[in-house]
Each structure stands twice: as structure tokens, then as C-alpha cells.
Design a protein around this ligand. Structure first.
Ligand SMILES: [Zn+2]
Length: 188
């Protein structure tokens, strides 16, 4: 799939206009194919001219310093990916400096609003609705499931498949699926 098939053209335009730079050719090409089944956030960051620096003993999950994103290299891959997307969310907000603190109790009310935004941004970037729908359909077709009568086990299998294809944690998928209202609850 191409970037423009995964994200809305409007979103790509906003990313390019807010974060990219025309002169240095640092932009996302909407016609470029995704090289992986998931959104490779690190390569996306590079396209926008960001540098990702894995660090040891960073003390926080991630940190945004202008066009550099520091990442705690000791954390698991999906966590690092989420942090990169989260910090990109802050950059998208127009921030030049941001931390991803490990303890949520350290946040002020205004910090919390920014955190909610960055987390939503990250979820939408790493689990675009179109990809979530596509992989769900793929799985249903592949396993010959009845889409109108998905039982608990099938739903669990689909969520596992989504986490694997999108390279995110099971917990992230739970939130996103809930948020998209993907599986309508049925009685029993
Ligand atoms: Zn943050």
C-alpha cells in the first residue's frame, strides 16, 4: 500500500507542511509504497528530517530536542516505536522540546493535555484506521470467518494478528480497536 492509501492525503500534507521542508526535500511522498506491513515510524521520521538517537540510561522513554528524538534503547521495540510516534506528535504540536516521562504523576494539567494529544497522534500514526480495517478483513477472509458472527476467540485472534502486522503491543491494539468501535458487542 502507498502512504496515501494508508493515511488521508490531508494528514500527509499536514505532516509535510508542519514538519518537512520543501527545500531540503524532506517530505513524505504520498505515492511511495510502505516497505513493511506496519508503519515504519523511524523511516518516516527520517523522511521528515528527524534524527533518531537510541541512548542508554536516558532516564525517560524518549525526548524531543528540536529535530532529534532520543529513545531509551533498553525498552522493547514496540515501546520505542510508540515513543518515537509520541514525540513526533509533540513536534507536530509545534513543540521543540518534550520529554516522555516514565511517571505520569509528574505531569501538570497542561502537560496532560499535551500527553493525550501525543498519545492519540501516536495511536493513529502506528495503527491507521485503513490498515486496521484491511488486516481485519484479510484475516476474516483468510480464515473464512463469518464477519457477522465473530466469537470471542476469533476476535482475540484478529487482535493478535493486528498487533503482529502493525508491530505494536496487544494493549495498544485493544485501545485502538475499542476507539474505532471495530467489533460491535453482541449479547452473549
Ligand atoms: Zn509526551
Amino acid at each position: 500500500m502507498k502512504y496515501k492509501e494508508v493515511f488521508s492525503p490531508n494528514f500527509i500534507q499536514l505532516l509535510n507542511d508542519n514538519l518537512g521542508s520543501e527545500s531540503e526535500n524532506q517530505r513524505i511522498n504520498p505515492d511511495e509504497e510502505l516497505a513493511t506491513s506496519y508503519v515504519d515510524v523511524e523511516s518516516l521520521l527520517k523522511k521528515l528530517g528527524f534524527e533518531v538517537k537510541p541512548e542508554k540510561s536516558l532516564g525517560v522513554s524518549g525526548e524531543l530536542r528540536d529535530k532529534t528524538i532520543l529513545i531509551d534503547k533498553d525498552e522493547v521495540e514496540y515501546r520505542q516505536r510508540f515513543t518515537m510516534a509520541h514525540e513526533l506528535g509533540h513536534a507536530f504540536q509545534g513543540k521543540v522540546n518534550a520529554y516522555r516521562k516514565n511517571d505520569s504523576r509528574d505531569y501538570t494539567v497542561s502537560d496532560r493535555k499535551d500527553e493525550v494529544f501525543a498519545n492519540k497522534f501516536a495511536a493513529q500514526l502506528l495503527m491507521p484506521r485503513k490498515l486496521v480495517y484491511k488486516y481485519t478483513e484479510d484475516y476474516i477472509d483468510d480464515k473464512n470467518l463469518d464477519r457477522n458472527k465473530l466469537n470471542k476467540e476469533s476476535v482475540k485472534e484478529i487482535k493478535d494478528y493486528l498487533a503482529q502486522q502493525l508491530n505494536v503491543s496487544g494493549k495498544s491494539v485493544e485501545f485502538r480497536v475499542e476507539n474505532l468501535n471495530l467489533f460491535v458487542r453482541t449479547a452473549g
